[in-house]
Ligand binder design. Sequence first.
Ligand SMILES: Nc1ncnc2c1ncn2[C@@H]1O[C@H](COP(=O)(O)OP(=O)(O)OP(=O)(O)O)[C@@H](O)[C@H]1O
Ligand SMILES: [Mg+2]
Length: 255
Amino acid sequence: MAEINGYIVKLGGSVITIKDKKYKTDKETLCRIADYLRISKPLVIIHGGGSYGHYVVFSIIQEKTKVEDVDLPRISHTMDKLNHEVVQCLLKKGIPAVSFPPHSICQVINGSIVCSLETVKEAVTRGLIPVLYGDSILSSNGIEIVSGDILMVLAANELGIKRLYFLTDVDGLYEDLETKKIVRHLMVSKNKQLHLDIRGSSAIDVTGGMRAKIESLRNLIPGARAYILNGRKEDHLYKALIKGENPSTLIEVSE
Ligand SMILES: Nc1ncnc2c1ncn2[C@@H]1O[C@H](COP(=O)(O)OP(=O)(O)OP(=O)(O)O)[C@@H](O)[C@H]1O
Ligand SMILES: [Mg+2]
């Protein structure tokens, strides 16, 4: 698809929920972020699972080692609840947000996640802001968990969006977890392995945390720019979303 001006944002579950409290939204942070989104108008919003999605999947795996078809309704319903809170807050701020539950538009076909994004695209052209989220989806051999990070890459590539913001609970990508020195600029590409101390998440996590996030960015269309920032810091939100600057980490995708 032809490139379009504008950006896509992921509200990390690490920011919009309280990571160590099961099924607890951080409404204050969520609604503060919405103030910035109202002004800067993203094309699409995606949110992660946080203490909803990660917790429900983790408890299912603990009960019976793997997720199955029968678990899809429970996982999706749990994520629906978080999505309801996100959309409610966005609407309150006057943002024309509309949900597109991934379990109803995506499935895994021959090992690849395929989403029907025609209606999402149409909604964007009408000035609406589609909201997708990490979810469980059908696959030929059961169900799979699709993270908000993967959906960011899929939607950006499909819609031709080249500017992506990932709001997380850390100040950017750390060079290593000891010094926590922030990587200001990183080039990634499909063909180049990453050699950084990037790990999963410090919380309960079923989609690979920061490592999987950065790995997934390698599949973006070349020329795309992804920013990792702290969604709890107003100076990060202001610099990135309002001023178009890099407050923390910029990841550029090359051929
Ligand atoms: N090199 C690194 N730099 C920064 N964070 C890292 C690094 N390695 C691991 N992490 C961990 O990754 C976490 C962020 O990933 P996490 O998946 O928890 O957040 P998220 O993607 O915003 O949430 P969700 O998956 O619920 O949407 C940080 O809180 C940190 O603990
Ligand atoms: Mg994550």
